[in-house]
Design a protein around this ligand. Structure first.
Ligand code: GDP
Ligand code: MG
Length: 162
């Protein structure tokens, strides 16, 4: 099994956009289209000399389960299958109750959790990362999946854990 990174977070924070950025293609479907198959949520990523697997847990559909059940199940997949978890949150909406639900699940694992604050599309939005210290996973990093900002720093932190 390769070193595996799982991307978790509530809908619309940009998990699939980040996944596509990390694996270098537009494999995963953004906007949470239903019926995403497993081969679209697992892919290989490379950085420097390292190769690892990435899982877009948001693409995992659990039947008709209610919303909260879905994100809990996705967090469980991350906890069980990953070596490292990237917890994506949204700088525009700020910290939400659903983010806190996910963080409580992630407290149950000893695995490394990196908080990636997405949609920090320009430097003026950088201060929006501070409230995410409250999640308790250390220094959040500012990224913009759409603009490719902060992705190198995130990848550096991922491979440093391998
Ligand atoms: P998911 O539900 O977490 O997989 O989120 P998606 O990747 O489908 O993205 C949800 C929406 O957020 C889409 O409209 C994306 O274009 C948008 N989005 C994703 N990343 C960024 C970003 O870095 N900046 C901005 N402004 N929008 C983003
Ligand atoms: Mg998605």
């Amino acid at each position: 099994m390769p070193f595996t990174v799982a991307i978790v977070g509530r809908p619309n924070v940009g998990k699939s956009s980040l996944f596509n950025r990390l694996v270098g293609t537009r494999l995963s479907i953004t906007d949470d289209a239903p019926g995403v198959t497993r081969d679209r949520i697992y892919a290989r990523a490379e950085w420097l000399t390292k190769t690892f697997a990435v899982i877009d847990t948001g693409g995992i559909e659990i039947g008709d389960a209610p919303f909260l059940e879905q994100i809990k199940q996705q967090a469980l997949v991350a906890i069980n299958e990953a070596d490292l978890i990237v917890f994506v949150v949204d700088s525009r909406s700020g910290l939400t109750d659903d983010d806190n639900v996910i963080s409580k699940m992630l407290y149950q694992t000893d695995k490394k959790v990196i908080v990636a604050v997405n949609k920090v599309d320009n430097v003026d939005l950088k201060n929006s990362i501070y409230e995410f210290y409250a999640l308790g996973f250390g220094d959040p990093i500012a990224i913009s999946s759409n603009h490719g900002i902060g992705i190198g720093e995130l990848l550096d932190q991922i491979v440093a854990e391998m």
